[in-house]
Design a protein around this ligand. Sequence first.
Ligand SMILES: O=C(O)CCC(=O)C(=O)O
Length: 275
Amino acid sequence: MTKLTAQELNHYKNKGYISPVDALTSIEAKEIRDEIEKIEKNWPKALEGINRNYVHLISPVFNKVCLNKNILDAVESIIGKNILICGTTLFIKNPKEKGFVSFHQDAKYIGLEPHNWVTVWVAITDANEKNGCMRMLPGSHKENLKHHEENFDENNLLTRGQTIKNISLDKTEPVILKAGQMSLHHPKIVHGSSLNHSDDRRIGFVIQSYIGSNVDQVLGKMYVQKARGEDKYKYHEYSNIPTELMGRKEVISQNKANEELSKIFYFKSEKIGKY
Ligand SMILES: O=C(O)CCC(=O)C(=O)O
């Protein structure tokens, strides 16, 4: 059991995130990296743009991560025992590229209400200050949703380049993880990440997010999968479970889900971004 300890849970409640928590073994993390690199080699566009989302629908290996017991035990400590998986995203920063993530709050544009949900960031490679790990502004989850400027910067890995301005870096805390460890963060915590200055990739497999079955999608439609417990609310449509890497059925499911996701991401947006 890796249920969060009382101390870890207090950290989450006070600061809005908890890390590091053990999730996968380093061998399992390497298997995920291999799966990513196999897809990139054989289907070069398959993880690009909007396709970096709902990746658990195209690969049984990714899907298995979402059902990992260590992860679900920790998630259960935060949102309770009725857990749905409602999305995954790969956040990859390659060396020498200029990718960054501006400071933002996840709850701003995602339409998941109430905020009984949590995002799990699983490190597939080590994540540290050199390669642009996430940084959290502790306690910011207790504040309201903030104004975000929509900059659509082409190196910003967020959909609209949504940015909360004037966050002082020295008030933020780095989320340093070894490959296989995870962090869990609150829908309203202010967080972001900077450039990768290392010689290797920085890869996060992000379950975005685990939601309690009482959480509805108020801006559109999301496809879910049951992770644990009961879904007595039945707010969402269920996705197919992948049985084959990049099979026809799998790709159709991902495309359908991403088409709906795009409508949520760009709800009332003046422009459509890269993702
Ligand atoms: O991977 C990153 O650097 C940022 C990811 C992020 O913003 C998130 O998981 O909510």
